[in-house]
Design a protein around this ligand. Structure first.
Ligand SMILES: Cc1cc2nc3c(=O)[nH]c(=O)nc-3n(C[C@H](O)[C@H](O)[C@H](O)COP(=O)(O)OP(=O)(O)OC[C@H]3O[C@@H](n4cnc5c(N)ncnc54)[C@H](O)[C@@H]3O)c2cc1C
Length: 477
């Protein structure tokens, strides 16, 4: 008999959270802490969504999306998780770039970027200051028609090299392009520039373990291997979720699953206004990624001068299409030293190479071509790394690749989207409770609410709204 992963679960909760990505976990934690009865349902056998890791023989542990996030994570984790978690967030100080236009090392904050723009790229200090102030002053209600490309052209006309410095890491961080609204760039860039790039020391496995402990102490009922198939709605109000042969009643649902899947598949078009369905159908998914995971043999090391995050490209100039092309020219290497990722059993060094990617470049391949393409990705990536660390091929104990198909498989994100949806997804996500009472979405959308910090913060915003709804309904009138 198959194992019943819902054994002992109640028939009714105040709120059901669908999906355990960082937004889902954070929503569940806040709502549990507020005293609501919370059920967290995850379809995978592990919690974390894209914030995950995997193990390989030889004591190798690989992180999927732990490369860097803004300083704001410290405050969000301290407030909505625990000091135990926030105290483990540390700065990555050695950020490198190498491409045909420039090679440099930076701490990736406003002070150092201002210095570089003035001294290295010959810009007027006033222009630089004005650019930073404009980027920092952007908010959701700003003009959403100006594109990031136009913003750069206004401050640094004709300077493709400056565009590359300012844009390449952000495209890597959330898939945004020069054609996206400038607000999506301004908010994310300013978040990083406030104090640089940070990482969770100890690895994703340690983080998720601590988060799980916290959820349990707040009474959240956590169930893995539980894919939600559909959401029941009656009289314009969410009533229950269906998982396997169980229908679990609830007063509110927070879906952390992909926005389009939540609305179009789990809820269903017939329960929604036609105009809302049209807007949902028009939401574009963000791009996906490929990664190559490389672990060194026991006893082999990499010098820390290699950097923490290393943005490399062989393309002559910055172009969004080249960043996504299967003909890879851009690779971002994350170096994991025993200092930044302390190993539990044996000391190990690992390198993860990430490149943004198109779903169609991988999905349309036959199984044989797919496997060959993955192997080619591994080999060409090691070749690229050899340029910077001669002899590294000989030091590697294990290497393997993940593709958009891998990300889709593990998270059920359509087209393996790594960073949720484009900007228009945010409005659709925010308007969901207006369509169906008690139905919310929290998770990577609109670029601004994507990445580790964006996802956690969106989980906070949405859980506060759910808390208000549940509390107002249970208070005596
Ligand atoms: C290769 C890569 C590198 C990245 N690097 C960084 C980085 O360096 N810094 C950074 O800040 N961000 C990075 N990101 C982005 C970041 O990981 C994500 O934006 C963030 O983790 C997404 O969180 P989320 O809450 O939106 O949910 P997700 O992580 O997308 O999780 C959604 C969850 O819902 C579950 N689910 C889906 N359908 C169902 C269902 N029907 N029933 C139950 N459960 C369901 C899924 O299994 C999954 O666990 C990276 C992403 C990728 C792919």
């Amino acid at each position: 008999m198959p194992r019943d992963f819902l054994k002992g679960a109640q028939d009714e909760y105040d709120v059901v959270v669908i999906g355990s990505g960082l937004a889902g976990l954070t929503s569940a934690n806040i709502l549990g802490r507020a005293g609501h009865r919370v059920l967290l349902l995850e379809q995978h056998y592990k919690l974390g969504g894209l914030a995950t890791w995997f193990l390989r023989p030889g004591s190798h542990t690989f992180d999927i999306s732990l490369h860097g996030f803004p300083h704001g994570m410290i405050k969000s984790c301290r407030r909505y998780w625990s000091r135990d978690i926030s105290d483990r967030i540390v700065q990555l100080k050695n950020i490198r770039f190498d491409n045909p236009q420039f090679s440099l090392t930076t701490t990736f904050d406003r002070e150092d970027f201002s210095r570089l723009l003035v001294e290295r790229f010959g810009q007027n200090p006033e222009t630089v200051k004005s650019f930073f102030d404009t980027a920092r002053g952007m908010n959701f209600y700003d003009d959403q028609t100006t594109t990031t490309g136009e913003l750069f052209e206004r401050f640094f006309p004709g300077r493709n090299d400056i565009v590359r410095l300012l844009m390449e890491p952000i495209t890597y961080a959330n898939g945004s392009t020069l054609e996206d609204p400038a607000i999506t760039y301004g908010i994310v860039f300013s978040n990083f520039m406030s104090k640089g790039v940070y990482i969770y020391e100890g690895g994703t496995d340690d983080l998720i373990k601590r988060m799980t402990r916290e959820l349990e102490s707040n009474g959240v009922d956590i169930r893995i291997n539980c894919p939600v198939e559909s959401i029941d709605v009656n009289d314009g109000r969410v009533r229950a979720v269906n998982v396997g042969d169980r229908t679990i009643r609830c007063r509110a649902v927070v879906s952390n699953a992909n926005l389009r899947t939540t609305i179009l598949k789990m809820i269903g078009e017939e329960k929604l206004d036609a105009d809302y369905v049209r807007r949902t159908n028009e939401v574009r998914l963000n791009n996906s990624s490929t990664q190559v995971y490389m672990a060194l043999k026991e006893g082999e090391t990499i010098d820390e001068s290699s950097g923490d995050l290393f943005f490399t490209s062989t393309a002559d100039e910055f172009k969004t299409e080249s960043l996504l092309s299967r003909d890879i020219t851009s690779r971002t290497f994350s170096f994991y030293y025993p200092r930044t990722r302390p190993w539990k059993k044996k000391e190990r060094y690992a390198i993860v190479s990430s490149t943004n990617a198109n779903w169609s470049d991988w999905n349309d391949l036959s199984e044989a071509d797919y496997n060959a393409s993955k192997q080619d990705l591994v080999e060409t990536t090691i070749d690229a790394l050899e340029r910077y660390i001669p002899g590294v091929r000989e030091k590697i104990d294990h290497a393997e690749a993940a593709t958009p198909r891998t990300f889709q498989h593990y998270t059920r994100h359509e087209m393996g989207a790594s960073f949720g949806t484009k900007f228009e997804g945010l409005g659709v996500s925010r308007d969901l409770p207006g369509q169906i009472g008690g139905m919310y979405h929290a998770g990577s959308v609109g670029i601004i609410m994507s990445g580790w910090l964006g996802a956690i913060n969106y989980g906070v915003i949405v859980s506060n709204e759910v808390d208000q709804l549940l509390t107002s309904e249970s208070s005596p009138v």
